[in-house]
Design a protein around this ligand. Sequence first.
Ligand SMILES: *[C@@H]1O[C@H](CO)[C@@H](O)[C@H](O)[C@H]1NC(C)=O
Ligand SMILES: *[C@@H]1O[C@H](CO)[C@@H](O)[C@H](O)[C@H]1NC(C)=O
Length: 500
Amino acid sequence: MVRTATLAAATASLLLSNTVHAEGLYTKNSAVLQITGLDYDRVIAKSNYTSIVEFYAPWCGHCRNLKPAFESAAKSLAGIAKVAAINCDDEMNKPFCGQMGVQGFPTLKIVRPGKKPGKPSVEDYQGQRTAKAIVDTVKDKIPNTVKRITDKNLNEWLAEDNETAKAILFSDKGLTSATLRTLAIDFAGLIPIAQIRNKETEAMKMFGVQKVPTLILLPGGAKDAITYDGEMKKEGMVEFLSQITPPNPDCPPEKVKKPKSKSKKDEKKASASQKSADASSTAASTKGETVEEAVKPVVSPDPEINDDEAPKPVIIPEEETKPKIPLVAELAELQLSCLNAKSKTCILAILPKDESSEAAASALSSLASIHKKHDARAGHLFPFVGVPASNPLASSLVAELKLGNEDEVHLIATNGKRSWWKKYSGQGFGSLEVEQWVDAIRMGEGKKERLPDSLLAEEAKVEVKEEKVADQEPFKIEIEEILDDEETKEPETHHEHGEL
Ligand SMILES: *[C@@H]1O[C@H](CO)[C@@H](O)[C@H](O)[C@H]1NC(C)=O
Ligand SMILES: *[C@@H]1O[C@H](CO)[C@@H](O)[C@H](O)[C@H]1NC(C)=O
C-alpha cells in the first residue's frame, strides 16, 4: 500500500514533465554566459578568448553551491575571459555534454585557443571552487602576445612597421596583466602592443611618461603619440585604441537567418550589429537563451522541439505540501514499483522496526526534501521509496545484500532492468550527504553491485539477461542510459510543487 501517493501529485508531475528545456541555474541577467551545445563551437571553441565552461545540472547540489562563486568570477573576468555555463539537463545539450566527456556535475573545463584556429585546448579545471581560484587560474591561461621592450630594443621595435599604429603600456610590473594580454588579443594583427617597465629610463624620457601605469598610442607615421587619460580598465582602453581601428571580434559572428524583409541593407545591418555584440564578451553574456528562474520554462525557438504547451503551476491540496516519500509495506507493491526485471533506478530506504528512530526520520526527510527540490525545478528523478520492516522484502534485502543490522536504516539504489544495486555508506543521513550520493547515481558514478535475481519479481527474467550487455559498455553509454531513464520514467508516486 502506498500511503502518501496522490493522484493530483501524479498529474502535476505529468504536466511538468513536458518541459523540453530544463530551467537553467543562472538567470537571464547573470554575468555567466549561458550557452547551448549548438553555440559552443562558435562562441567558445572558435573564440580568441580563453573560457571557463561549467557543465551543470540544475538539480545538482554542488552546482548550486558553486553558483555564487561562478557568478562572481564571471563579473571579475568580464571583458577578459569568457565564463560560460551549459545546462546538461536540457534535452538539446545532453548529447553535447556526453561528447565532452562530462562524468559528474559540475564539471569545469578551461578552453583556450590552440595553435590551429577552431581547435582549442581543453582541460579540466581541478582547482578550488572559489571565485578567486577560478579567476586566478583562468587569467593564468590567457596567452601573452604582449612584447616586453627595454631601452635596448626600443628603437628597433619602433622602426618595425613604423607607418602603422602601436601601443605601449608603461608599468612598474614585471608581469603582464590579464587585461593587457586580452587587449593584445583584441588588437592582434591590428595594433602591436608592448609593455615597458618604468626602470627603462630612456623610454620613459622619450615619451615624457611621468607616472605608471600609462598607456600611449603611437598612431604611426609622423603623428604624435597620444596618452590615454581614462581608467586603466579594459573597456576604456579598447575604446581608446579603437580610434585607430575597431578590435577583432573575439569569435565568429552568429549566422544570421535571412530576415523576413529581403532588403540587402537590412541583412547588412543585422550582421553588423551581431558583430559588435560578439566583439565584447560582456555583451555576449546577456544573450543566453535562459530566462529568469522560476518564472517560465524556456520555449525553444525551434518549432520541432517545442512542446505544445508550457507547463502550468498546479495547486496541490494543503495536506500534501509537507514533503514525504511513499512507504511501501506490501511485497507485491514494492516489486511492481522497484524490484522487477523491468524496473529502472529506485532509491530505497529500508527502515528498521522502529520507524520513528532518528536515523529513519532523518533519512526519510532528506530523501523527501531532495525529491521536492527536483520536483520544484521540474527535474525528473527516479522514485524514492521507504520500505518499512513490515514489508517482507525489507529483511530479504538486508540479508541478501548483506546490508548488516536490521535495526538500522539502509539506503540503497536498485535497478532491476540492469541488475545492479548500490549502497549508501555516508555518515548519517543529512540531506547534503545523501544528495551527493543521489547525484552520483544520476551520473552513473561509482561501483555497482550485481543485484541477485532472487530479489526481483519472477516474470520477464529473460529480458534481464538480454540487457546485461549494456553494463559492460563504457561510460558514455552509461550516461545515456541514465539520461534515457530520465526521459522515459513514469511519474513518481510522490510529488509536491509548492515552490512553483
Ligand atoms: C619609418 O622607417 C623608414 C625606414 O626605416 C624611414 O625611412 C622613415 O623615416 C620612418 N618613418 C618614421 C615616421 O619614423
Ligand atoms: C582572432 O584573432 C585573429 C588575429 O590573431 C583575428 O584575425 C580574428 O579576427 C580574431 N577573431 C576571430 C573570430 O578569429
